[in-house]
Design a protein around this ligand. Sequence first.
Ligand SMILES: NC(=O)c1ccc[n+]([C@@H]2O[C@H](COP(=O)([O-])OP(=O)(O)OC[C@H]3O[C@@H](n4cnc5c(N)ncnc54)[C@H](OP(=O)(O)O)[C@@H]3O)[C@@H](O)[C@H]2O)c1
Length: 372
Amino acid sequence: MTAVKIGLIGYGTVGSAVGRTIRSHQENLQIVFGKEVQVAGVLVRDKQKYEQQVKDVLLTDNVEEFFARTDLDIIIEASVGIEPAYSYLTKAISRGCHIITANKEMIASKGAELKELAKEKGVRLEYEAAVAGGVPVIGTLKQLLHINHVVRVEAILNGTSNFILSKMSDKNIPFEEALQLAQEAGFAEADPANDVDGWDAFYKLMVLSDLLFEAQPDWEKVTRKGIRTISSHDIHAAAEQGWKIKHVATLENTGGEVTASVEPVVLSAEHLLYSVDGVDNAVCIEGDLVGKLKLQGPGAGALPTASAIVEDLANLVHQRKEVRVKRTFQFTEKREAAPYVHLPSGQVVVLEKSSENYYRVVGKNERSKAEV
Ligand SMILES: NC(=O)c1ccc[n+]([C@@H]2O[C@H](COP(=O)([O-])OP(=O)(O)OC[C@H]3O[C@@H](n4cnc5c(N)ncnc54)[C@H](OP(=O)(O)O)[C@@H]3O)[C@@H](O)[C@H]2O)c1
């Protein structure tokens, strides 16, 4: 009986954890696939770095050798950036390999092309790990897309920003100090721009938009704000009212007008995201039938991300028929310039900037019924 052969692209935090998990959970994988599941090749940029870790399988930094020397069924991609990952995956799909990727920037930029090619070649493209790490948001949304109208998705998609805002609030410290704590704890990169300027959450939101609408808004027209300008004063002003400032990515369909935004939002205690603190990610999904759901958990880290990947792997054995219900909508730019506070029963309090970062309440709006 031949084994299921897997090629790993990238062997850093995520790729190496996937390699270890395939070994540690081999028994379960064999039950699912009915045969051995083995890593047959590993492609990295600099193979010398990995010679101590990767033994008994092909380790290469040459993509031609990776594809030529291995007879791969499935590619798991855990490298960084759009290229060369996109070219490698295009090549893999053309050779008939199923694809599982954790690379959010690549899938946000090139997901539509890859999905199209995968469909044409009759292979699967899975990307659960690319949004909210170990939190099964993609699978849950796929499950809900047949009959429910998903009217709103609100999510904390960047654990680093959430950690920083939580520390600013708990310890009453400024952004720079909280960032340093995040870096010391290993939650933030030396260059934190991708996280604190909202790019990481933005890519994930665009992946969700592709999933919900089979389209993305014009990236230039999406509100994308990070957390650098949040001051201790802002946090304190919100806390005085019993509110918290959270970095929230939102996709909302109001009667066919779809808006997407990534920005700091002031939340009241009734909001489902209010209690999500530390490095956790959380996704609130509102469907017309199911109501409001909240998924919360580790949005990053070696094992939670590997978990999402190996579950995608196991799901390849099920034939999944993707039935899409066509919905009519158009993307529009978000008009509210000021952040708003969520209150129970759909009310929102609109806030206004009275100085650089200090917000004061100016009125209450009744949210109109939104629908996908
Ligand atoms: N870390 C997480 O918790 C997490 C969670 C969800 C999703 N992700 C996503 O998963 C991906 C991997 O993240 P990571 O944290 O594992 O990154 P990482 O530790 O920096 O590892 C990246 C790996 O990709 C390899 N690589 C980079 N450029 C390559 C190229 N041109 N060709 C072949 N291999 C290349 C690197 O090899 P060299 O060392 O030789 O350069 C390294 O092995 C990213 O797209 C990230 O956004 C990460």
